[in-house]
Write a protein that binds this ligand. Structure first.
Ligand SMILES: Cc1ncc(COP(=O)(O)O)c(C=O)c1O
Length: 359
C-alpha cells in the first residue's frame, strides 16, 4: 500500500485509523451481517447511529439544549439559499460580511432570492485581511459571515459579537478550535474538510430563530421538517454520517478532545507560517492576525516557480498544494486529520526545494 500526504482543500485527508476501521466494519456493521450502506434508514440501527453522531457533535460543539442540531444534504451551497429562505422574506434586509469567494456566492444567492442585501464590511478586492469594522443595520434579519475563508487563507481569530442574529459558515474550520457558539444563531458546515467525507452538512440552529420561518417554503428547504424527523425526513446519507461519527470518535478518544485538537492545529500552522516567513523564496500574502490555521496560502516570487514547486511536491508524495484556480499560488490545507508529521515533512521539502533552486 502506498499512501500520499494529503493537503487537499476539501475533500481532504481522513485519519488513517478511521479508514482502517471503516474497512474492518465494512461487511458487517455492528454484528448486523450487512454494511452500514445497506441499512434501512428506518431501522433502529440507523436511527441510533444518527442520534449518536448528533450527540457527539453537540458535545464537541458545546451546544446546549437551546440549539437544534441537524445533519442535512446539499452541502454548504444549499445553506446559502436555506438561510435567507428561512430567516427572511423577499425584500427583507440581510447583511453579509464579504471576505472572498464563498461569501460572494452566499451574497449572490441571497440577492437572487430577492433579499435586500447590504455588505456590512468587505476585505476586497485583495482579501488579505479581515475587515476591521462591521456596519450592521439594526433592523437586519441577520448578519452572515464565514469563519474561515478557505481560498483566501483568512480566519476570524474570534467570532465577532453583534446585536442581530449571527449566521456563520464554518465549513472549513468547524471543530478545529474552540468557538463560543452562544453568540451564534445559526452555524453550518459541510463535512468534507474537518469532519469526514462529502455528503452531509451540519446545521445548528438556536430555537428562538425558528419562529421566523415562513409557512410557504418547499418542505426540503424548511428546517422544521428536518428537526421534527431528527435528520431523517427523507433518506439520509447514512455512510457519510457513519464516517463523521468515526471521525468524531477519533477526535475525542485518540486526539483527546477539542482543546487537544486546537493545540495540534495551532502548532502545525505556526510551524508552516514560520517556515514561510523565514524563506526568501516563499511569502504569505495574508496579514498577521488574519491568518488561517486551516488553509495556509503562500506564493513564491514567480507563478512559474509555484507550478514547479507544486509539481515537485506531488512527485515527492505531497499532494494538493496548488492554490485555488481563482487566485493561483500555493495552499496547504491543514485540516484536523493532517498530522504534525505531515507538516514537518512539507516544511523540510520546502526548504530543500528553495536550497536546490539557489544552487
Ligand atoms: C467556506 C466554504 N463555504 C462553502 C463552500 C461550498 O461548499 P459545498 O461544495 O459543500 O457546497 C466551501 C467549499 O469549499 C467553503 O470552503
Amino acid at each position: 500500500m502506498k499512501r500520499v500526504t494529503n493537503f487537499y482543500p476539501g475533500p481532504g485527508a481522513l485519519p488513517l485509523s478511521v479508514l482502517r476501521r471503516i474497512r474492518a466494519e465494512l461487511l458487517d456493521f455492528r454484528g448486523l451481517g450487512m454494511s452500514v450502506m445497506e441499512l434501512s434508514h428506518r431501522s433502529d440501527a440507523a436511527l441510533h447511529l444518527i442520534a449518536e453522531t448528533l450527540q457527539r457533535l453537540r458535545r464537541l460543539l458545546d451546544l446546549d439544549e437551546s440549539f437544534e442540531l441537524l445533519l442535512l444534504q446539499g452541502g454548504a451551497s444549499l445553506q446559502f439559499a436555506m438561510v435567507p429562505l428561512n430567516f427572511s422574506s423577499p425584500g427583507g434586509k440581510v447583511d453579509y460580511v464579504d471576505t472572498g469567494y464563498w461569501t460572494a456566492k452566499a451574497i449572490a444567492e441571497a440577492r437572487g432570492l430577492g433579499r435586500d442585501v447590504a455588505v456590512a464590511a468587505s476585505s476586497g478586492p485583495e482579501y488579505r485581511q479581515l475587515p476591521p469594522q462591521l456596519q450592521v443595520r439594526a433592523d437586519t434579519c441577520y448578519l452572515h459571515l464565514c469563519s474561515n475563508n478557505t481560498i483566501e487563507g483568512t480566519q476570524w481569530p474570534v467570532i465577532p459579537c453583534v446585536d442581530v442574529p449571527l449566521v456563520v459558515d464554518m465549513s472549513s474550520d468547524i471543530l478545529s478550535r474552540r468557538i463560543d457558539c452562544r453568540a451564534v444563531s445559526c452555524l453550518y458546515a459541510h463535512a468534507q474538510k474537518t469532519l469526514g467525507p462529502a455528503g452531509t452538512t451540519v446545521v445548528a440552529l438556536r430555537r428562538d430563530i425558528l419562529k421566523r420561518i415562513p409557512e410557504n417554503l418547499p418542505t426540503m428547504l424548511d428546517y422544521r421538517p428536518h428537526i421534527a424527523h431528527r435528520s431523517n425526513y427523507n433518506t439520509p446519507p447514512i455512510f457519510a454520517i457513519y464516517v463523521v461519527g468515526c471521525v468524531l470518535e477519533w477526535l475525542e478518544d485518540e486526539i483527546g478532545g477539542l482543546d487537544a485538537m486546537e493545540d495540534i492545529n495551532r502548532h502545525k500552522a505556526a510551524l508552516l507560517y514560520e517556515a514561510i516567513d523565514e524563506s526568501s523564496l516563499f511569502h504569505c500574502p495574508v496579514a498577521d492576525g488574519s491568518r488561517s490555521l486551516m488553509n495556509v496560502v503562500f506564493r513564491s516570487t514567480e507563478p512559474r516557480l509555484d507550478t514547479q514547486f507544486v509539481t515537485a511536491a506531488a512527485e515527492h508524495g505531497l499532494i494538493g498544494l496548488a492554490g485555488h484556480r481563482s487566485v493561483g499560488g500555493c495552499r496547504a490545507s491543514l485540516y484536523n486529520p493532517v498530522s504534525l508529521e505531515a507538516v514537518e515533512e512539507l516544511v523540510t521539502f520546502m526548504r530543500r526545494f528553495e536550497r536546490r533552486l539557489a544552487t
